[in-house]
Ligand binder design. Structure first.
Ligand SMILES: *Cc1c(COP(=O)(O)O)cnc(C)c1O
Length: 417
């Protein structure tokens, strides 16, 4: 029986979410639209199969097909990123990062990562995360004057605290990560360097951001952000030195059976990411972000670090006289989906911060370009300016209609295409 017949309530809610995704301009930088092929692979009978272990060494019988699927995914990851080792089993980005701790640290050991309010991820040792509770976290940030990572601060903190593990990369960093500089510091203090490329994996695969390969000891990434795959994650490494420790940390250290339907969809996404079309996509994501940033700057928006080199823009709304949360809510009602976010040295509280975070991976997947970026910046300015004046209703209603009209001209991958 079809889903609609078994559970019309859930079927209708899924349809409603499809309509919502098609009919809004998605600017959340960690999201994307997967292709029809990736979507199809996730909804298959592979979800029925248990396969604890690794290809050739499983704890259940009947792995004739699953072994081939997982091996294909691994080989494609190795070829795409130019690494000798990949593990495609982590359930998501957070468990992938936990596996790095499991492989290299004992509870109480020191880990250094970017602080959450500066753009780091929870799993890089933030206080509310297990990684901040069970390990000893040391945090670096950005310079107040440039909004960029201060490598001198990173080095002196590393020399002072001697972390066993250093994370670079994050969730709200609008600039390129200097992997060689991090590698030099990690070498100096004898730390393992982990590059968390969750946000930028697709840009790296497409040649639109430098790669950490050859610099980082271990690389973790989600597969569902710029890489445009299913919700999942991978661990990779520049050498085979740590392969056994990382494999053992994922299984049996942290996880049971891998999600084989996700593994298959990761393999499909990696095949897509190896094409010239995907490389063009990655470069277009960056070009669109630059255009959007320039258009926002021209309208008086204050951007953290003054702009962007990647897919992401962090806006400090203080100069516009509105908070991040009311702005994000008003923009969402206008059909422009963003998220509120802390900005470096934010004087406001994390649940009511000064900024919003936007990005171009999703709009670029829909085929939008320069002209649409200009339009989006103009809409954002209209909504935020009206909100600051305290009467945004009329503007929100008009922009909502204009957004709907624009989205009709740009089909949603996976849904209409
Ligand atoms: C998204 C993200 C993660 C976590 O991924 P989940 O799949 O949400 O667990 C980890 N690190 C960074 C830098 C991220 O951006």
């Amino acid at each position: 029986m079809s889903l609609a017949a078994v559970d019309p309530e859930i079927a209708e809610l899924i349809k409603a979410e499809e309509r919502r995704q098609a009919n809004t301009v998605k600017l959340i930088p960690s999201e994307n639209y997967v292709s029809k092929a990736v979507l199809e692979a996730t909804g298959t009978v592979l979800t029925n199969k248990y396969s604890e272990g690794y290809a050739g060494k499983r704890y259940y019988e009947g792995q004739q097909v699953i072994d081939q699927i997982e091996t294909l995914a691994i080989e494609r990851a190795k070829a795409l990123f130019g690494v000798p080792y990949a593990n495609v089993q982590p359930y998501s980005g957070s468990p992938a990062n936990l596996a790095i701790y499991m492989a290299f640290l004992s509870p109480g050991d020191t880990v250094m990562g970017m602080g959450l309010p500066f753009g780091g991820h929870l799993t890089h040792g933030w206080s509310v995360s297990a990684t901040g509770k069970w390990f000893n976290p040391v945090r670096y940030g950005v310079r107040r004057d440039t909004g960029r990572i201060d490598m001198d601060e990173v080095r002196s903190l590393a020399l002072e605290h001697r972390p066993k593990l250093i994370f670079c990369g994050g969730t709200a960093i609008p600039r390129q990560i200097d992997f060689p500089a991090f590698a030099e510091i990690a070498r100096e203090v004898g730390a393992v360097l982990a590059a968390d490329i969750a946000h930028i994996a697709g840009l790296i695969a497409g040649g639109a951001h430098p790669s950490p390969v050859g610099h980082a000891d271990v690389i973790s990434t989600t597969t569902h952000k710029t890489l445009r795959g299913p919700r999942g994650a991978m661990l990779m490494a520049s050498t085979e030195e740590h392969a056994k420790a990382l494999d053992k940390a994922v299984f049996p250290g942290l996880q049971g059976g891998p999600h084989n339907h996700t593994t298959a969809a990761i393999a499909v996404a990696l095949k897509e990411a190896a094409t010239p079309e995907f490389s063009a996509y990655a470069h277009k994501v960056v070009a669109n972000a630059k255009t959007l940033a320039d258009e926002l700057l021209a309208r008086g928006f204050d951007l953290v670090s003054g702009g962007t080199d990647n897919h992401l823009i962090l806006i400090d709304l203080t100069s516009k006289g509105v908070g991040g949360k009311p702005a994000a809510q008003a923009l969402d009602r206008a059909g422009l989906e963003t998220n509120y976010n802390t900005v470096p040295f934010d004087p406001r509280k994390p649940f009511d911060p000064s900024g919003i975070r936007i990005g171009t991976p999703s709009v670029t997947s829909r085929g939008m370009g320069e002209q649409e970026m200009r339009q989006i910046a103009a809409w954002m300015d209209e909504v935020v300016t009206a909100l600051a004046k305290g009467d945004a209703e009329e503007v929100i209603t008009r922009v909502r209609a204009e957004v709907s009209e624009l989205t009709r001209a740009f089909p949603t991958p996976g849904l209409d295409g």
